[in-house]
Design a protein around this ligand. Structure first.
Ligand SMILES: *Cc1c(COP(=O)(O)O)cnc(C)c1O
Length: 399
């Protein structure tokens, strides 16, 4: 990012922020504090599943805030049970644990895998992770992440991970050959921060078979690609497989902080009372947000919408910029689309903002579009109308 605002002396300097502050939103539009409006193709990084100010979500959350926001896990929390039921039925898995963020969900998954190993007598459990993966910024999830740039300065990394390339079953077999310490394979169905890199469905079926043969847990981080974004509830469902452990977060609460780990029979019984917990995890406000998000996705047919509008958006992008020299690839599923250019393009975030469009650039050269699932075809056309000229101008500049 080129133009960044001076950071307030009292917030830590952790983000290169663009010089704008958002004030409020409606649907897929946001307004900044100067009254300028933007089309939101980023949705708070795949978080605002229902867009902004959704007419069904807002009253439900207002009702919940007035009733009770927090109550600890010493007691039963009815909406926690309701959301667990719902996630179980949508995923085909059996039990859920709740927390508040993506990294927390992944930490729980890593702990599950380690205890799965210890329960079998494996003293140094090892988890297979992937190149370019992103699993969060706590020390353990950062260690699982495949990005040396963001690990830089925080060593030593946590041990117990081995790393393999995407979509290469022979590499996976070779890396784990005769290694009795392997307990799990852990990956995103479609890598988000790594540049919108999908796993191949055939590869996922091969990994599933290998996990079954070796008694490993298949752990799928659906934090970014889950919750309907690709047109299925969970992106791995396109491959017709079932994971053993599935961390969720981002879009699950449409903007209210929430995370979850959903587990199947092989992993659901590993944690016993005292093994894991989270103060905020499963609190009534977050649980209500999760329950209502799923209800509204179902009532309003938003899976179908994500699939159709995503297809429409991808086709329109293909037509407008697909054949430009410098546009390497347009990829993704549903409303999770990456446009890879042949050179670093971080500056496009600012230029799109100037044009009235919110998006992000990830992995240096991939423009990421992850709008709310409520986006219409007409709004998708507006995204393309705003974005195409920005990309054309950028690609025409000599570097
Ligand atoms: C964003 C993300 C995380 C981390 O989530 P936080 O809520 O920021 O901790 C983990 N995994 C994936 C795939 C993500 O996209």
């Amino acid at each position: 990012m080129t133009q960044t605002s001076p950071t307030s002396p009292h917030t830590m300097n952790t983000y290169g922020r663009l010089s704008v502050a958002m004030s409020h939103g409606k649907g897929v539009r946001l307004w900044d504090t100067n009254g300028k409006s933007y089309l939101d193709a980023l949705a708070g990084i795949a978080v605002n599943t229902l867009g902004h100010g959704h007419p069904k979500l807002v009253p439900a959350l207002q009702d919940q805030v007035a009733k009770m926001m927090h109550c600890c896990n010493y007691y039963h929390i009815p909406d926690q049970e309701k959301l667990a039921d719902k996630l179980v039925s949508l995923s085909g898995l059996t039990n859920a644990f709740f927390c508040s963020t993506g990294l927390e969900a992944n930490e729980a998954a890593i702990k599950l895998a380690r205890k799965f190993g210890h329960d079998k007598g494996i003293k140094n459990p090892t988890i297979v992770v992937y190149e370019k993966a992103f699993h969060g910024r706590s020390i353990a999830t950062l260690s699982a992440t495949g990005n040396e740039k963001i690990q830089q300065g925080f060593g030593p990394m946590v041990e117990g991970f081995i790393r393999v390339p995407l979509n290469d079953i022979d590499a996976l077999k070779k890396a784990t050959h005769n290694n009795p310490d392997v307990v799990a394979v852990f990956f995103e169905t479609i890598q988000g921060e790594g540049g919108i890199n999908p796993m191949k469905w055939e590869y996922l079926r091969e990994v599933r078979a290998l996990c079954d043969a070796k008694d490993w847990l298949m752990m799928i981080d659906e934090v970014q690609c889950g919750m309907g974004r690709t047109g299925k509830w969970f992106a791995h469902q396109w491959a017709g497989i079932l994971p053993d452990v599935m961390p969720l977060a981002k879009g699950l609460g449409s903007g209210v902080p929430i995370g979850a780990v959903v587990a199947g029979p092989k992993a659901a019984g590993i944690f016993q009372p005292g093994n894991h917990g989270s103060t905020f995890g499963g609190n009534p406000l977050a649980m209500r947000a999760g329950v209502e998000t799923i209800r509204i996705i179902e009532e309003d047919g938003l899976l179908e919408n994500a699939a159709c509008v995503g297809e429409h958006l991808k086709n329109a992008l293909m037509r407008e910029i697909g054949s430009l020299k410098g546009a390497k690839e347009i990829r993704g599923y549903g409303l999770m689309i990456g446009i890879e250019l042949d050179k670093p393009c971080g500056v496009i975030m600012q230029r799109a903002l100037d044009a009235g469009l919110l998006l992000s650039v990830t992995a240096d050269s991939v423009i990421r579009l992850v709008p709310a699932l409520i986006m219409t075809e007409k709004e998708a056309d507006q995204v393309v109308a705003l974005l195409a000229p920005v990309i054309k101008t950028f690609l025409n500049e000599s570097t």
